[in-house]
Design a protein around this ligand. Structure first.
Ligand code: PEP
Length: 255
């Protein structure tokens, strides 16, 4: 059986360093009882050092929310994979829909970032998902297929086995609207079949596919108990220790 993985995406929060330190302290206390679930939090870049320090000697891993594919050089304002690695991170989120929507992320830049992450020994969490318009016009599977085929093009089996996929329907992110467990399971199963076709069945069987989109303690068990849902990428609910711990607790009970 695949394990469960709950990752928190703090996005552009919190603004204040003290609030971030308080959240880490609360998370450390609330998450201490859970030892089976894989857990990660992904703060903004400026918090990576502090958060890695706060979670040292715990089972809470840390990830960044983005990276640039060049390692060093004249790229003002960018952060590279080796920098994220040297800050102590294990993971990096790549291709989040907010990056695709507001910052020009494409399937090709997702591929470049994923390649850079793997080269630096970071584990990429690659996000895919359709907009409401794409779902309503019936092209959701085509959209997700293209995101996976192009974003993960050319990776070896050894490389792809380090990638975590997050299915995040754009219409469910930060909106309070959640895909029903059946809708989410249908897409997760589709993604796993696609991974089997593009890579191999044994790779697809082992890969973790997270669901993201307004996951909270109240809906976590129903979503996480679906056969192909291996965890959650959590935005809003990851900013409160109680709600994030509630989701981890649901995962823990299903392992
Ligand atoms: C996300 O940021 O990836 C996300 C799913 O956000 P939320 O849980 O707030 O919908």
């Amino acid at each position: 059986m695949r394990t469960k993985f709950i990752a928190g995406n703090w996005k552009l929060n919190p603004v204040d360093g003290q609030q971030a330190r308080d959240l880490c302290r609360q998370l450390k206390a609330r998450l201490a009882p859970f030892s089976k679930t894989m857990i990660a939090v992904c703060p903004p870049f400026v918090g990576l050092g502090m958060v890695n320090e706060a979670f040292r000697d715990t089972n809470i891993a840390v990830g960044a929310q983005n990276l640039y594919w060049e390692e060093t050089g004249a790229f003002t304002g960018e952060i590279s994979a080796p920098m994220i690695k040297s800050a102590g991170c294990t993971y990096v989120i790549i291709g989040h829909s907010e990056r695709r929507q507001y910052f020009g992320e494409t399937n090709e830049t997702v591929r470049l970032r994923t390649q850079a992450a793997l080269k630096a020994d970071l584990l990429p969490i690659v996000c895919v998902g359709e907009t409401l318009n794409e779902r309503e016009s019936g092209v959701l599977k085509e959209v997700v297929s293209e995101q996976i085929r192009e974003g993960l093009r050319g990776f070896s089996e050894a490389e792809i086995s380090k990638v975590v996929v997050a299915y995040e329907p754009v219409w469910a992110i930060g909106t309070g609207k959640t895909a029903s467990p059946a809708q989410a399971q249908e897409m997760h199963q589709y993604i796993r079949e696609l991974l089997a076709e593009v890579f191999s069945q044994s790779i697809a069987d082992k890969m973790l596919i997270l669901y993201g989109g307004s996951v909270k303690p109240e809906n976590a068990t129903d979503l996480l108990s679906q056969a192909d849902i291996d965890g959650a990428l959590v935005g809003g609910a990851s900013l409160k220790a109680d709600s994030f711990a509630g989701i981890v607790s649901s995962a823990e009970e299903l392992i």
